[in-house]
Design a protein around this ligand. Structure first.
Ligand code: NAD
Ligand code: ISE
Length: 337
């Protein structure tokens, strides 16, 4: 049976997920949409040729008998409300990052899911589905570079809008590294520090850009991640793991190597949607398959909660300039694999 999905939030990523469910993936259809901007929701239905009802609000969509599973792709501050509503209705829910904008909000979701007695939440940390990160993880786990000692990372965007604030370097951008590196290393963080290099002239007045975030893990691995969201030249994600006997790097996206005009060159992507397009496909297919087989396997609400606690410590470190401790409570056995 085809899974009937309702999508709350028809902005950039909402539409992208609707496109993939409708045109690229199998086993599901979008039967309901909602956006606080109803015209955009209607336009989305027309654009993708959906046979979908446009609901007046997210709660009505979630309550609808036609909707078997929910995608929450609205603005971050609305996520907690919609995920809790899906849990109350006993419906599986895929929620884009952040799971909630506060750690307390994430914890409420964790508690509601545990009370429901089965896994119903998958969080949109899509990098775990990226083939490059998966190969990097395999390389580390096969002991090909020895014990990891350090990680150097970078998350660069060509430009951000004026609404992007300094703390969003953590809550919107670094959040992907926060999640993927604890998954990659099977480790958790114990402290965070933020350093501000010389500021780029391409950032708006209120924004500190670039930033360097230093993290330490329970096993003593040192991580530095450069977040640079007005780097101009492209959307560029870098990750290098230094081990005791070797170094492993995240592969670059496959692109044609050109020889032309006395130069060798390879295109650098500029759009995050393209950079992880395959990972998003695999992620949403995993959600569809997990719901249909009754076994969700992707990033959990606990991962969303842990990421929020870590992000809080990083945001505090932005303000204090100090090394801030990170304490993550023991994971409930409910989330054991
Ligand atoms: P966007 O601004 O393009 O779209 C958000 C949509 O939510 C808008 O259309 C807005 O009208 C709608 N919305 C706001 N409040 C609502 C409400 N109460 N009910 C229904 N709709 C509401 O933003 P976006 O880039 O699509 O981001 C959406 C979410 O997805 C954010 O949380 C963002 O962090 C996350 N995101 C994740 C990735 C990723 O790589 N995993 C990439 C982009 C965005
Ligand atoms: C966006 O919100 C994302 O989540 C993308 O994956 C990210 O890399 C981009 O920088 C953000 O704006």
């Amino acid at each position: 049976m085809t899974l009937k999905i309702g999508v709350v939030g028809t902005g950039a990523i909402g539409q992208d997920h609707i496109r993939r469910i409708t045109q690229a993936l199998s086993g599901a259809e979008v039967v309901a949409v909602n956006d606080i901007n109803p015209q955009q929701a209607r336009d989305t239905v027309a654009k993708y040729g959906l046979h979908a009802e446009v609901h007046a609000d997210g709660e009505a969509l979630i309550a609808s008998r036609d909707v078997e599973a929910v995608l929450v792709t609205s603005w971050g501050p609305t996520h907690e409300l919609f995920v809790l509503a899906a849990l109350a209705a006993g419906k599986p829910v895929f929620c884009e990052k952040p799971l909630a904008t506060t750690a307390d909000g994430c914890r409420r979701i964790v508690d509601a899911e545990i009370a429901a007695g089965r896994r119903l939440v998958q969080v949109g940390f899509m990098r775990r589905y990226d083939v490059g990160y998966r190969d990097l993880k395999k390389t580390i786990e096969q002991n090909a570079i020895g014990t990891p000692l350090m990680v150097h990372g970078a998350h660069r965007n060509p430009a951000v809008g004026d609404g992007y604030k300094t703390d969003m370097a953590i809550t919107d951008t670094l959040i992907h590294e926060i999640d993927v590196l604890r998954w990659l290393l099977r480790d958790d963080y114990t402290s965070a520090q933020v350093i501000y290099p010389r500021k780029t002239r391409n950032a708006s007045g209120h924004l500190a850009d670039p930033q360097i975030i230093l993290l330490e893990t329970t096993t003593g691995i040192r991580i530095d991640v450069e977040v640079f969201v007005n780097c101009v030249y492209g959307y560029d994600i870098q990750c290098e793991v230094v081990g005791e006997t070797g170094i492993a790097r995240l592969p670059e996206p496959a692109r044609v190597l050109m020889r032309s005009g006395a130069k060798r060159s390879v295109e650098i992507l500029t759009d995050w949607k393209e950079r992880f397009i395959d990972a998003y496909d695999v992620e949403i297919q995993a959600f569809i398959d997990g719901v249909r087989t009754g076994e969700l396997t992707g990033p959990t609400a606990w991962d969303g909660y842990a990421a929020a606690l870590i992000a809080d410590a990083c945001v505090k470190a932005q303000r204090t300039g100090a090394i801030e401790p990170i304490a993550i409570p023991p994971r409930p056995s409910f989330y054991d694999a």
